[in-house]
Design a protein around this ligand. Structure first.
Ligand SMILES: [Zn+2]
Length: 346
């Protein structure tokens, strides 16, 4: 079967890998769509993602949806053909069960398409992926697979907004960085009751996506006037750029909250923090998600307009081109790979 494999820095290949056999207690999913994520781009370009370095060929991809292909012995209640999203984390919270909150912080866990474990956890940009039944998330009727592929990045956005708790209600929110995560965060902040949501980015095209997904205002950094210092109750840094965190600490009001949602570079960073003290700013971090994947699926079913985040679709054979497209944030938002052509029509 075909798979998208990173062999090291600048060495991404679409190649034939061995077709998995379904083991007892496991499920094989035929992957139909996969979303290309920033971490996939890092592995492909740099051979590493933050602290995690590729030491053996790694099938990329953790934003994947498809249909159940076959079911291993002992698995009950899973029907071949059923459309599913896949929770990329192990340990995996049970679908619909909120008592397991916090599993995203469990030490020693693994994540699809990640070099954080040895051997690496192979990912889902492949025609077939073996998962545990707990990882399956059945899709509701009326939610097409192409839209459902946004469930993982939307869950990241929902988890970040959930970290804000009641601070989001009635807040003037700035989302800094209008890539796919930033745009989905605009939608998540609105859904959680923000009074206004402004998106900021250096590029025009991402801001157009932010506007279409529901931003009340957009600011093109370096072109439009800078927002006044202290003019937002909540600033969400969704770019993973240290300078953007510096600006966030300036733009948030005294007593306000900054949420660091973007992945910052490892190592020491020159961030002036005096304002954190003087303005009594609350600074929050956010790591992936746990139970929010279920909320993301429900929200995607209810809001077809979220699909505006998908800007490009490529066949798996053209994955190298797809990654180049996704790396150019001036012209792309979420790029998806079409991995198999047998999507059930729903
Ligand atoms: Zn992702």
């Amino acid at each position: 079967m075909k798979a998208v494999v990173a062999h090291g820095a600048g060495d991404l290949r679409v190649e034939d890998v061995e077709r998995p056999e379904v083991a007892a207690g496991r499920v094989l999913v035929g992957i139909v769509y996969g979303g290309v994520c920033g971490s996939d781009l890092h592995y492909a370009r740099d051979g590493r993602n933050g602290a995690y370095e590729i030491r053996e060929p790694l099938v990329l991809g953790h934003e994947v949806v498809g249909t159940v292909d076959s079911v291993g012995a002992g698995v009950v209640g899973v029907e071949p053909g059923a459309p599913v999203a896949i929770h990329p984390a192990i340990p995996t919270p049970r679908a619909g069960d909120r008592s397991g909150v916090g599993l995203n912080l469990a030490p020693g866990g693994s994540y699809l398409g990640s070099a954080s474990t040895h051997p690496h956890t192979q990912g889902g940009f492949a025609e077939l992926l073996e998962v545990t039944p707990e990882q399956l998330r059945p899709l509701p009727a009326g939610l097409p697979l192409r839209r459902a592929v946004l469930a993982e990045p939307l869950a990241v956005a929902l988890h970040g907004v959930a970290r804000l708790g009641s601070r989001i209600e009635g807040a003037r929110v700035l989302v800094s960085g209008a890539g796919p995560i930033g745009c989905l965060t605009v939608a998540a902040a609105r859904a959680a009751g923000a009074a206004s949501v402004t998106a900021a980015d250096l590029q025009a095209a991402p801001l157009e996506v932010a506007r279409r997904i529901g931003a009340h205002a957009v600011i093109r950094l370096g072109v439009d006037p800078e927002p006044d210092a202290g003019s937002f109750d909540v600033v969400i840094e969704a770019a993973g750029v240290p300078a953007s965190l510096v600006a966030a600490l300036d733009r948030v009001r005294p007593g306000g909250t900054v949420l660091q949602l973007g992945m910052l570079p490892a190592g020491p960073l020159p961030i002036p923090l005096a304002g954190l003290v003087a303005k009594e700013i609350t600074l929050l971090g956010s790591q992936r998600f746990d139970v929010e994947l279920d909320d993301a699926i429900a929200m995607l079913a209810a809001q077809p307009g979220l699909e505006v985040v998908i800007s490009h679709e490529f066949a798996i054979a053209d994955a190298v081109e797809a990654f180049a497209c996704a790396a150019d944030s001036s012209s792309s938002s979420k790029v998806v790979l079409r991995i198999r052509g047998d999507e059930v029509s729903r």
